[in-house]
Design a protein around this ligand. Structure first.
Ligand code: FE
Ligand code: FE
Ligand code: ZN
Length: 277
């Protein structure tokens, strides 16, 4: 069965989020650990988490993917901005211990003029200061479109970060189909070639999750604007090949398309229908 879900809001609590997951036909889902534009996180309520875990277990919900706020920059030049990113990540990871076995996805960051090498060094340092022995969460580096001074638009950059992290067995990669397309990896015409390159540079065993998005922008544009499934430059035939590819088909897929719950429900049903059982 296709393991697919969408991005949900946790603002009504965890149990309400699990009900939204069921409503949309999701078997997995993503959520922000806190307001994506920054700020504090609500304390996690034991009763709510207990109810969430009960609903999840009864209905086979799995692969909870927590997304770090976009506003943190784990390779910021300013010490206080860098410190804020590191404290946010460490705090998120401690909170996620209440949901053991989850994923924590983050954008590697923007080097803001320091250069890619220094960015990579700082991101690895952020992870070395944040990861600790005994954590029950797998931390995922997201593939980026390479807009502005973003690090992570090339598979080589992800490899270099991973190589510098001591507890790298806790690390994986989340591949975003809109981002890699915009970064110049041709998942439309040469999906096999892109995955071979990923395997050679990073290793397919690191690939844990897929962000399944269409793109508003052309191939190689370095833009990062998501589009609904089939409405953009990837198109439905390419997306159908992605969900059915032997190297990908068993992974969890998360939609981050511009949709409300109703729209997500339709996209999930559409994609389940295109999956070859
Ligand atoms: Fe993201
Ligand atoms: Fe994404
Ligand atoms: Zn994006």
């Amino acid at each position: 069965m296709l393991n697919i879900g969408c991005h949900l809001s946790v603002s009504g609590g965890y149990a309400a989020m699990a009900r939204d997951a069921l409503y949309t036909g999701s078997s997995c889902f993503q959520f922000f650990t806190r307001n994506p534009r920054g700020g504090g996180a609500k304390p996690m309520d034991d009763g709510d988490i207990g109810e969430f875990l009960r609903i999840a277990a009864e209905n086979g919900l799995n692969s909870f993917l927590a997304h770090a706020p976009y506003t943190i920059n784990p390779c910021a030049a300013k010490p206080e901005t860098l410190d804020f990113a590191r404290r946010t990540m460490a705090d998120d990871l401690e909170r996620l211990e209440l949901l053991p076995g989850s994923y924590y996805n983050f954008h590697p960051g923007s080097h803001v003029g320091q250069g890619t090498e220094q960015g990579i060094r700082l991101i690895a340092e952020s992870l070395n200061l944040t990861l600790r022995e005994g954590l029950h969460t797998t931390v995922l580096l997201e593939t980026m479109s390479g807009k502005g001074s973003e690090v992570g638009g090339r598979f080589e950059e992800l490899r270099e970060i991973i190589d510098r992290v001591e507890l790298s067995d806790r690390l994986g990669v989340c591949l975003d189909t809109c981002h890699v397309h915009d970064a110049g990896y041709d998942v439309v015409n040469d999906l096999d070639g892109v995955l071979e390159e990923f395997d050679r540079v990073v290793g397919l065993e690191r690939l844990r999750c897929i962000h399944l998005n269409d793109s508003k922008n052309p191939f190689g544009s370095h833009k990062d604007r998501h589009e609904v499934i089939g409405g953009g430059n990837l198109g439905l035939p390419a997306i159908t090949r992605i969900i059915n590819h032997p190297a990908l088909r068993a992974l969890p897929f998360y939609l981050e398309t511009p949709n409300d719950l109703e729209g997500y429900k339709k996209e999930i049903a559409l994609l389940r229908g295109l999956y070859q059982e």
